[in-house]
Design a protein around this ligand. Sequence first.
Ligand SMILES: Cc1cc2nc3c(=O)[nH]c(=O)nc-3n(C[C@H](O)[C@H](O)[C@H](O)COP(=O)(O)O)c2cc1C
Length: 250
Amino acid sequence: MQEIKPFKIRDIEINPPLVLSPMAGVTDVSFRRLLKRRGGVGLSVSEFISVEGLTRSNPKSKRQMRFYEDERPFAVQIFGGQAERMRMAAEMAEEVGADILDVNCGCPAPKVVKHGGGSGLLKDHSRLETILKEIKKAIKIPLTVKIRAGFYDHTINAVETAKLAEGCGAEHIALHGRTKEQGYRGLANWDLVRQIKEVVKVPVSGSGDVTTIQGAFDRFRETGCDGVLIGRGAMVNPWIFRQIEDAIHG
Ligand SMILES: Cc1cc2nc3c(=O)[nH]c(=O)nc-3n(C[C@H](O)[C@H](O)[C@H](O)COP(=O)(O)O)c2cc1C
């Protein structure tokens, strides 16, 4: 059986290689700590945080950036379409002590996409490039991205997006293998995770539909990915991370 082992985002060890997938309205500080204490969560991520809110001192956005020391390693995820605001928000995340800054390139919500953010960045690679380069210049902590398969079902470009992000200095790529058009219908395409893993040097993780120990093991084996993200599966079974970790250790 393939060995499932920890991986590193620069010098930050993700151990076990299991990530609590960001979920707006769900993965707030209470939910994250509840899961973390069950065990098996290698990386926690904030809910996606609006850079428009954050850089205008919106109390909700500021609150969403809060985390506890025992949650480390901890990533703050931001979303937006304006490079200047994205840079400012990234600096704020670094200032509050986040270990990693993650850029959301997957949210399908119309109010997010309308302003060029979330999955809107998948169909505007030049905007994505500007944003990532701007952020990269401004922060010292690792920059990571979470992307979708593509914007429309006929414009699947996850491999190109991943290469672009790596070229801009992203140090981890997480793919949710559905398109924006698909929303949450159907199943995630994990073959794209395998394809990305083949062409980039940075660690690659996959997201989508993992709800069992066997499901996680199968995705690691089929794709050679470094990490697996679990979102909805953790809402149904908060012990899932711990159970997978126990299985990894035999
Ligand atoms: C209620 C909900 C909120 C979500 N919010 C975010 C978010 O803020 N940022 C993000 O990158 N993905 C978000 N996602 C996507 C998940 O992180 C994940 O990629 C997706 O649900 C597929 O994985 P799963 O089947 O394990 O849930 C959200 C998903 C759900 C169901």
